[in-house]
Write a protein that binds this ligand. Sequence first.
Ligand code: NAD
Ligand code: IPM
Ligand code: MN
Length: 354
Amino acid sequence: MAQNKIAVIRGDGIGGEVIGQGIRVINALEKRHNFRLKYTELPWGSDWYFNTGAMMPHDAIDQLSNYDAIYLGAVGHPDLQDHLTLNGLLLPIRRAFDQYVCLRPSILYPGITSPLNGYKSGDIDLVVIRENTEGEYANAGGFQYLDFSTELAVQTAIFTRHGCERVIKYAFDLAVSRGKQNRVTSITKSNAQGYGMVVWDRAFERIAAEYPNIETESLLIDAACMEFIRSPNSFDVVVGSNLFGDILSDIGGMITGSIGLSPSANIDPERRFPSMFEPVHGSAPDIAGKGISNPIATILSGAMMLKHLGQEQASNEIEAAVLEVLSRKTILTQDLGGMATTIEMGDAIIQALN
Ligand code: NAD
Ligand code: IPM
Ligand code: MN
């Protein structure tokens, strides 16, 4: 029997409840597909911070390196500054494990009404590939004269040829393997950011030349935001820097019904380190503790984790069960216009699996 060790970081807010449903759904498939995931709960996050002054232990990265994958809920607490919480947990994990590909699909599922008029199931089927280790999120910068009237900050974006080329190459390979529109869109802002984004554009041109059968397009981020609303069906694979990919993946979530449906995978394609699977959304403090969050983004992130671990069949079954529940339109959480609780949605998906 295939066995894998999974580090579970539920984190903050709705993180715990959505991960709970993700694990239940995976458990429901283990026997049928003869695999077993062995979970270790790591109680890191904002509560850990309140007790210890850090979001996770000093040797957290060492500890995590012993696992085959990380399943993460969300991080962020209204009483703590986000730069402390996110730079104390989520972002260092992505960087330390060189999870340079952040894969974020946006699909308009059956039963879901897009806020955009005239789109029906399947009309939107795009994936944002986000560079996940450098760019605008490089941990480079500093303050001077903090707390004085002269306070200033330097925040440096880092774009390396290597870093850009490898993620862009992944995007092209994905366009080939998807076999859909055979198109890769690069997101840039080299009109204003004439250094880093130029390295990005040059990397895109070099890699594009290796894929003569893939159509390419380069859009400025502002125009890309507009096109995600105006003609989302024109996108297949979209590749962007850390910040641009972050922004576009929230838009991708909303135009396909709810960010509560959007999964994400932080991948080390070379498999040197554990990859991390988490929803696109955050800890949603506005609905935390109410038991009404939509667990589907996390359940689908679990499906991505299973695929990464070689359980493709089980992964496909989860996606099929989610599609079935959504198309029935009877059990829907509030973000989708329904009344179902987080647990009721988990129950419905497990029933659909059976
Ligand atoms: P958010 O994604 O947490 O919430 C945005 C809106 O979407 C809220 O109205 C929320 O209720 C709703 N929403 C999100 N997920 C939902 C779900 N599963 N079901 C139903 N509704 C859902 O974004 P935010 O409010 O900007 O951020 C809240 C906190 O989370 C901040 O501290 C932020 O830094 C953090 N955050 C963390 C991650 C992460 O851990 N990966 C991602 C995004 C934001
Ligand atoms: C995401 C989140 C994070 C990001 C934040 C919380 C740092 O918004 O995963 O999309 O920007 O990467
Ligand atoms: Mn985001």
